[in-house]
Write a protein that binds this ligand. Structure first.
Ligand SMILES: Nc1ncnc2c1ncn2[C@@H]1O[C@H](COP(=O)(O)OP(=O)(O)O)[C@@H](O)[C@H]1O
Ligand SMILES: [Mg+2]
Length: 277
């Protein structure tokens, strides 16, 4: 990371340390940025890794399409040795997972629920309806940040995103690793059905699971690290009690076991929430 000093950046603190890399808060000429240092080589041999600047390319496409409004902007990206560096806007806020599991520790209020779900689904709708649609593929509560000051939601971590027109990186064989986070990947994908891999179904299912999480104040599933069978993918019906009762059946539909029973596009899911009484 010697190149950072020569480029004029000072590391203020480490924000996150994951399997694939680390994220730092850095400063340059009085401005703060997030710097993601990702190990993009030699991590997993069983999957076809995307190009090393894949994430940067997806972020650029996403921000170009909305002139940088409402998205985490990428300012620079470079490769050095084994690592890829992404310099982007710093979102001063909390992950959805931190909000639900650490801050609230309870079901969301109606306001909290609608604010977060509308933000997620509007952004998915925008990404999915671009001329070259972007499918995030890892829309989990760890990859969506809520800004302290504005309350806006921001997606990060486009490392496994799929986009028509950008060299797509598809799981190499039906026996290789599943992309995404267990519990947020739809059941058919876990059962090696890759038929909608470059399509909206994974993101919409993930958004549904996040909705269930907001409604329950905890993860809706119990198989976080245990072995699982197909039956485990049937999430229990959401409770039709409390202030979120009008949304229970909508969430049940969003995470239905069969893809054909779910919302086909983000806008349909969003409108169902908007019209629920
Ligand atoms: N632009 C950003 N601003 C603030 N925090 C960020 C930013 N990007 C990532 N983070 C934090 O770092 C964590 C890891 O970044 P992410 O891109 O998701 O990498 P990983 O591949 O390790 O999951 C995120 O969950 C988030 O908490
Ligand atoms: Mg992440």
């Amino acid at each position: 990371m010697d190149n950072l000093t020569t480029r004029g950046y000072t590391i203020l603190k480490e924000i996150s340390k994951g399997n694939w890399g680390r994220v730092f808060l850095v400063e340059n000429r009085g401005r703060r940025y997030a710097l993601k240092v990702a190990r993009t080589r030699g991590v997993v041999s069983s999957i076809a890794l995307p190009g090393r600047l894949h994430e940067a390319e997806i972020m650029r496409r996403s921000q170009r399409a909305c002139r940088g409004k409402g998205v985490v902007r990428l300012y620079d990206a470079w490769v050095e040795g084994e690592d890829t560096y992404l310099l982007m806007d710093f979102v001063d806020g909390r992950r959805i997972s931190q909000l639900v599991l650490e801050d609230w520790k309870a079901p969301a209020t109606r306001d909290q629920f609608l604010r977060v779900m509308r933000a997620i689904l509007s952004e998915l709708d925008r990404l999915h309806t671009l001329p070259n649609p972007i499918f995030h593929m890892d829309a989990t509560p760890d990859n969506i940040l809520v800004d302290h000051a504005s309350g806006r939601c921001y997606f990060v971590d486009y490392g496994v995103a799929q986009c028509k027109g950008v060299a797509e990186w598809i799981v190499r064989s039906t026996h290789s690793a599943i992309i995404g986070k267990l519990g947020f990947v739809p059941p058919e994908r876990m059962m090696r059905d890759q038929s909608d891999l470059v399509g909206p179904s994974t993101d919409l299912y993930s958004a549904g699971v996040i909705g269930c999480m907001l409604m329950l104040g905890r993860y809706p599933f119990t198989f976080v690290s245990q072995p699982y069978s197909a039956r485990d993918f049937i999430l229990p019906p959401m409770p039709e009690t409390g202030s979120l009762a009008p949304y229970a059946q909508i969430l049940d539909r969003a995470v239905a076991f069969n893809r054909s029973d779910r919302f086909p596009i983000a806008r349909a899911f969003l409108e169902a929430l908007n019209y629920a009484r």
